[in-house]
Ligand binder design. Structure first.
Ligand code: ADP
Ligand code: MG
Length: 713
């Protein structure tokens, strides 16, 4: 057995290739266990997105069940992603009664292909009327079934599914994601065909999401209501040490953390999740895990499992994993870097600069599509990253700012500008590039990945969208990226098709030139955290959308409706349902934080302050009778009493703000009231309480301090 007690791999030593994917009904297992004909039929279904025939489904279901039972499974679940941003599962056992009172283990093709959970308790934003509570789950056979294991040895066969209403409207995050992948594939193929590609039949959007997180000691967590109910600290005076020494980033990993990470890797590898990189992040107690990229829907499924597994495994180590975007004030928050690209089934990465003129023509066309898409729809990209946690992060001096721009690097920008103006490409003394005729000057790789402040950065062969919140599903942002790129590629394809073979190179050059001329304002290679950039962006007319709910408003416009409808990603009704759900979610989250603030102040901090005040008063009395001076005590008592009185006032303001905000009838206005009144009142209250913490003896303060949480591991 492994020396490490926390290791649950059950192996003699770590045989990673053997562990990897051992809990996945993957291609290898299917090949082994399915009759040849069934295997072929299923592969065709997967590759061509065809409907699953009942005969094939029955054979696959049976093989899947046998495999799962051999591995200890007793139940199966249709695993789906409702609009809560979390995952959902309802477990059914395989048992089926027989005449003689015993049971056999059964799993039919119908049970594999479709489920019918009661959907009435999931947010639907008006898509599902209460009298028709049924929702349907349907197997997304492009994402393989896998086994979920828990610490007590329960094993469940999980089938990744899409979740729709009775009337086929998407109630989840997976359905529109799959539709957006289809849309971008269709338009990219048109472009490739117009450029002369004869082999590619499908283009897949690929994603590698880097996941940041915090780990703290479980005993600290359990003493803090704010962490328990809202995932972040609502109070807390700063620790004397924060991240200023820059000694955490890439620092040596402590044993306790390393042990957690090892256990996490094993659990992820078993589920076929290619956990690749792990390291300490910038803030104290902050870490990161990056997987190897995969197809977007699988990356989205896997990222949900990563978050869930991090939380589960942490508990085994008496740790708690915090996925919130901003668990601690004053140090960096957590995000998710969404590395995105397009790859073809004939083996090309469409964002990889090539070596030949025609490869580069293709590359520049796809880069142009990105520039067009991001500039036209920066508001929607911003909206896809809006959640209450990210409001505390975006625009602060750490994460990408709320203004969206694209980093291309100096060299590239020069080339693009050269094409746009027909001038010489300055940096390399090259003359005007004729796209499709000339080769690009070779670009030094490290040229592209130096700007860590950009929200949308070209990093050599992919774009890295850095605005996504750490706790969020990556589906939303990728739905937007795929759809807006599909729109740009659609326009480009139409132009290229019209130009025909003879006019191709000229038109390709014109497309790049137009993209740079019209949308070049989105390129910014400087420091995105600087005030100059805020002013410059304003001059360029780039939106600076400070809060998530403001951004959400851009998803409720006729323009947005038209876009998502045209590419059949979300109907206007489906889009609107999301707008309503996310506004409601904002209100609920802020309300939870506000209620927790009130409770903590009333039941913890005020009593602690009063206790200290009473001790001081008693001390002053005793000193008085001893005719000794009590100057220090008196001053301290005045400070404590003053802070208590101030906090009481702010508490009343907060309670009134909550009450009033709840009474605002229209949801968008209600969300604004929570943002502008409740959040503001919470922050004001926090100031007094944090000041009180600063003067109160440690043994009286009722919750663990920032220093304890961030450094006691
Ligand atoms: P860093 O940003 O830390 O310099 P890497 O170059 O290691 O990182 O890549 C970060 C992430 O980008 C990884 O998850 C990696 O798999 C992913 N990635 C690499 N190539 C692609 C691609 N073509 N499409 C999507 N993601 C990719
Ligand atoms: Mg990165």
């Amino acid at each position: 057995m492994c020396e490490d007690k926390a290791c649950h791999c059950g192996c003699e030593k770590l045989d990673v290739p053997k562990i990897f994917g051992s809990n996945v009904f993957n291609d290898r297992t299917m090949k082994e266990r399915l009759p040849k004909e069934t295997y072929k039929a299923l592969k065709k279904t997967i590759q061509q997105g065809l409907p699953l025939s009942p005969d094939v489904a029955n054979v696959v279901a049976n093989a899947m069940k046998d495999w799962a039972i051999e591995k200890g499974a007793t139940h199966y679940t249709h695993w789906f992603q409702p609009l809560t941003g979390r995952t959902a599962e309802k477990h059914d056992s395989f048992i089926s009664p027989t005449d003689d009172g015993s049971v056999i283990m059964e799993f039919s093709g119908k049970q594999l292909a479709q489920g019918e959970p009661d959907a009435s308790s999931f947010p639907s934003g008006g898509l599902r009327s209460t009298f028709e509570a049924r929702g349907y789950t349907a197997w997304d056979c492009t994402s393989p079934a896998f086994l979920k294991e828990d610490a007590s040895g329960n094993v469940t066969l999980a089938i990744p599914t899409a979740f729709c209403s009775y009337t086929s409207e998407a109630l989840d995050k997976k359905t529109p994601l799959l539709r957006s992948m289809e849309a971008v594939s269709k338009q990219a193929i048109r472009v490739l065909k117009a450029l002369g590609n004869k082999t590619a039949r499908r283009v897949t959007s690929t994603v590698g999401p880097e996941q940041e997180y915090f780990l703290i000691d479980k005993t600290c967590y359990e003493k803090r209501l704010d962490l328990i109910v809202s995932g972040r600290t609502l109070f807390g005076a700063p620790s004397p040490k924060g991240q200023e020494l820059e000694d955490q980033y890439f620092g040596a990993i402590k044993d306790r953390i390393s042990s957690f990470m090892k256990d996490l890797d094993i659990e992820l590898w078993k589920m076929g999740i290619s956990s690749k990189t792990k390291h300490n992040e910038v803030a104290p107690a902050q870490y990161e895990m990056a997987p190897i990229f995969s197809t977007t829907n699988i990356a989205a499924d896997h990222n949900q499992l990563v978050m869930e597994t991090m939380q589960k495994v942490a508990l085994r180590h008496d740790l708690v994993c915090l996925l919130h975007e901003k668990p601690f004030a004053g140090v960096n928050g957590s995000g998710k870097h969404n590395n995105w690209s397009l790859s073809t089934d004939d083996g090309q990465n469409l964002l990889e600069p090539g070596k030949t003129p025609s490869e580069n023509e293709q590359f520049l066309i796809f880069v142009s599509a990105l520039l067009m898409a991001v500039d036209r729809h920066a508001d929607k990209l911003r909206a896809s990253c809006g959640n209450p946690g990210n409001d505390l992060r975006l625009g602060a001096n750490e994460a990408p700012p709320a203004i969206i721009s694209v980093f291309m690097g100096e060299e590239f920008t020069n080339i693009l500008e050269g094409i746009a103006t027909g001038k010489k490409v300055q940096s390399r003394g090259q003359s005007f590039l004729h796209i499709g005729v000339d080769a690009l000057p070779p670009l030094p790789k490290d040229n592209t990945d130096r700007n860590r402040t950009s929200p949308f950065a070209f990093t050599g062969n992919k774009f890295e969208f850095r605005m996504v919140g750490s706790s969020a599903s990556i589906s939303g942002p990728n739905i937007v990226i795929n759809t807006i790129v599909a729109e740009a590629l659609d326009e480009i394809a139409t132009r290229l098709e019209k130009a025909g073979k003879n006019g191709l190179n000229k038109e390709a050059t014109a497309i790049v030139r137009d993209a740079v001329k019209k949308h070049g304002r989105i390129i910014f290679n400087g420091n995105n955290y600087s005030d100059e950039w805020v002013a410059e962006a304003k001059k360029r007319g780039l939106p600076n959308i400070k809060t998530g709910i403001e951004a959400l408003g851009y998803m409720a416009t006729p323009l947005a409706e038209k876009l998502f409808d045209k590419y059949q990603v979300l109907s206007p009704k489906e889009l609107h349902s999301r707008y309503e759900i996310y506004l409601e979610a904002y209100v609920k989250h802020v309300n939870i934080e506000a209620q927790a603030s009130v409770q903590m102040v009333r039941r913890l901090f005020v009593p602690a302050g009063m206790k200290f005040a009473a001790e001081l008063a008693a001390g002053i009395g005793a000193l008085k009778s001893a005719t000794a001076p009590a100057t220090v005590q008196k001053e301290l008592l005045a400070t404590v009493s003053g802070l208590l009185a101030a906090a009481a006032e702010k508490l009343a303001v907060l309670e009134t703000a909550i009450e009033k905000a709840h009474h605002v009838a229209e949801v968008a206005k209600r969300a604004e009231a929570f943002r502008d009144k409740v959040v503001v009142a919470m922050n004001a209250l926090r100031k007094d309480i944090d000041a009180l913490e600063g003067v109160t003896p440690t043994e009286i303060w009722p919750v663990p301090t920032y220093a304890e949480m961030l450094f006691k591991l």
